[in-house]
Design a protein around this ligand. Structure first.
Ligand code: WTA
Length: 649
């Protein structure tokens, strides 16, 4: 495992925050963190009651703080609020009114800043536009857009009118759009004519048009003009964004909705071929993202915050849109690739916009390390005061490089462990309060009770590896999987009775720090993106040449995991380079370009146990180069495999 702890010395390496940082931080000492944490877990309802009152704007108070029945939580029952009003309207009439909410930069270099007042106007117009197309509370709306300011407007407008958005990452293919749109029966799709990526146009509308050939629930499509390339618009179904908002009123009254009103569905990979629609609701989710943004990022009025995540992933939902805007923060958003036009694009953005908080993924950090420090030294990064990491375990070497080269040795790093399902950050080191240990996510956030269990469901001793569980409900937890309560229970609540199992392996050190060692199920973390091996396998077998396939991860210097597929072909097909290229393209078309296998190996047979289970562990070793002799492009050494098979059975 990439982040396995090999020495105690490493575990003991501590980076305390500087005095300077500590003095201005929201929470300034380990003792203060411990006191607050202890309060939050001794009497969670009291804690969350106070936080919900302090941090959010409610139209109607709740009658019950938490209603917990088996695996189903309801938070702030009876309370009413509007999520969009919390993120935007409530800052109007305050000194934040004309503060930048979004500082947007497109890949070609175009820039736009929206103040809270301007963002509000855009949202009101777009909300009216959505309503003019018949979108109402509870309707599902798919958003497939580039990382532009309008994508944030689209999400918040859905929230404002009570529609449930499902954002589909722009790297997904038309097949993936179709699956997601059909799973939640979306009525509307919001997209763009294209988006810029590495100097090229991503044909978003073309993909939507293709997908919609098989999506009977979709009644209309709104398309933003972004790249001005020619796209096909279907009469009666397709509307241009600018046409709709031009005639829309800039006045829109936000209604109050129940705390448990669904806010969004976000599809994520699990260990089966079908993505899971993680459902989040309003009050609890907003509270979880608001409180973590405030304390984990130590967010202050003067900060310019930049999270590099795309809105297509949970990090973009929680820490670009909801948590940050709810706190009245200033968000930088950037459309394109980190190396366009050159490998210093990110640092140029930090320098020009004087970014103070920077939140990214280890895979990006490793790429920057590889590209070399010279690109970084060209820019003044002295505005930075805090750095964050998310998506996978960060290897201590990358951590230290990030700290020294990007953070100039002065910025604390918050490594943040959480998931699409948790909605918000669960384990981290609160900056200013707590020292960091490179490679460890840290300590639980308020109200979070993580434990490491063995297979029998007993808590293991400190220092022993096991499965990471969360034993208490928390406000921003997922409520269910959209339309599939059974799978919700099976996936998260069946490993251990009444306890949430997250799918990660973990160990806790003697100081109570959690060290995540990666997924223990068949989920890969590729460049910070979650991908189920089963999804890739089912994409492969949908090709007419493939009989069977098995997909495993191989440790990769930059991406975390590389995707390695073992494939057996149907009779009459030849496993050559041409077919490899075809299959890679096929997976790209089925799931999305980011899921294309790094390596395809043809084999006459896949190694299986006598009961017919593919021996993935063995394939993992083979993929990692441990068992291969001779020709490495095909799995020809079946003799060795068979031998091992015999030994194991
Ligand atoms: C992994 C992303 C170690 C983990 C927010 C988790 C991490 C999965 C960290 C969720 C971290 C995320 N350290 N591992 N700081 N953050 N992970 O749903 O395996 O895209 O279960 O959410 O990413 O991925 P997801």
């Amino acid at each position: 495992m990439a982040n396995k702890i090999t020495s105690i010395a490493q575990e003991d390496e501590k980076f305390p925050p500087s005095q300077e940082f500590r003095k201005q931080a929201a929470i300034q000492s380990l003792a203060e963190y411990k006191r607050l944490y202890s309060e939050s877990v001794k009497n969670p309802e009291k804690f969350w009651n106070t936080q919900a009152k302090d941090l959010l704007l409610w139209r109607k108070p709740w009658k019950q703080i938490l209603k917990w029945k088996e695996s189903h939580a309801k938070w702030f029952v009876g309370g009413k609020l509007n999520v969009c009003e919390n993120c935007v309207d409530r800052h109007l009439g305050t000194p934040r009114e004309n503060k930048a909410a979004l500082i947007y930069e497109g890949e070609p270099g175009d820039q736009k800043t929206l103040t809270y007042r301007q963002l509000h106007t855009e949202i009101c117009k777009f909300s009216n536009a959505l309503e003019s197309l018949g979108i109402r509370k509870g309707d599902r709306v798919a958003i497939y857009m580039p990382m532009v300011a309008e994508a944030v407007v689209a999400m918040l407008s859905c929230a404002r009118i009570g529609a449930v958005h499902t954002v589909i990452f722009g790297g997904f293919s038309s097949e993936s759009i179709k699956d997601r749109v059909n799973d939640c029966a979306a009525k509307l799709v919001i997209t763009a004519d294209g988006g810029w990526r590495r100097g090229k146009i991503i044909d978003l509308k073309v993909n939507v048009n293709q997908a919609l050939k098989g999506c009977p629930s979709v009644e209309s499509v709104i398309t933003l003009k972004r790249t001005a390339n020619r796209v096909h618009m279907k009469k009666g179904r397709d509307f241009w964004w600018h046409d709709l908002v031009e005639s829309a009123s800039h006045v829109h009254k936000a209604k109050a909705f129940d705390s448990e009103t669904p806010l969004f569905v976000l599809y994520t990979s699990g260990s089966t071929g079908k993505p899971k629609g993680v459902l989040h609701t309003s009050g609890g989710y907003l509270l979880g993202t608001t409180i973590t943004s405030k304390y984990v990022f130590d967010l202050r009025e003067s900060d310019t915050y930049w999270c590099t995540a795309d809105i297509g992933w949970i990090t973009g939902h929680s820490y670009v849109v909801y948590g940050i805007l709810s706190n009245g923060g200033t968000n930088v958003i950037y459309e394109g690739a980190p190396n366009q036009p050159g490998p210093d694009r990110f640092w140029s953005i930090v320098d020009r916009h004087k970014v103070t908080i920077f939140y990214t993924a280890p895979t990006a950090i490793r790429a920057f390390m590889k590209w070399g420090d010279d690109h970084i030294k060209k820019h003044d990064l002295s505005s930075l005061r805090l750095l964050g990491s998310v998506g996978e375990p960060i290897n201590p070497e990358a951590w230290k490089w990030y700290h020294k080269v990007i953070g100039g040795g002065r910025c604390p790093i918050v490594d943040t462990w959480w998931q699409t399902e948790t909605g918000g950050i669960m384990i981290t080191t609160l900056p200013g309060a707590v020292y960091s240990k490179p490679g460890s996510a840290g300590l639980p956030f308020f109200g979070v009770v993580p434990k490491v269990f063995n297979d029998a469901g007993k808590e293991v001793r400190k220092g022993t590896s096991g499965k990471l569980v969360l034993t208490e409900p928390w406000p921003s937890m997922l409520r269910t999987l959209y339309g599939d309560n059974k799978r919700y229970k099976e996936t998260y609540w069946s490993e251990y009775e009444g306890v949430y199992f997250c799918g990660d392996g973990c160990r806790q050190d003697k100081d109570g720090y959690f060290w995540i060692v990666g997924r223990i199920d068949d989920v890969l973390n590729v460049s910070g993106h979650r991908l189920g091996t089963a999804e890739i396998e089912s994409a492969l077998v949908s090709h007419h040449s493939v009989a069977e396939s098995a997909t495993v991860g191989r440790p990769h210097e930059i991406k975390g995991s590389a995707i390695v597929c073992f494939v057996t072909l149907k009779d009459g097909f030849k496993g050559d380079d041409k077919l490899k290229a075809l299959l890679r393209a096929h997976v790209g078309a089925e799931i999305g370009p980011f899921a294309k296998p790094d390596e395809i190996r043809f084999a006459k047979a896949l190694p299986k146990t006598r009961s017919g289970k593919i021996m993935r562990r063995l394939l993992k070793d083979i993929a990692a180069g441990k068992e291969i002799h001779g020709d490495t492009t095909t799995l020809e050494d079946v003799g060795v495999v068979k031998q091992l098979q015999a030994n194991k059975d």
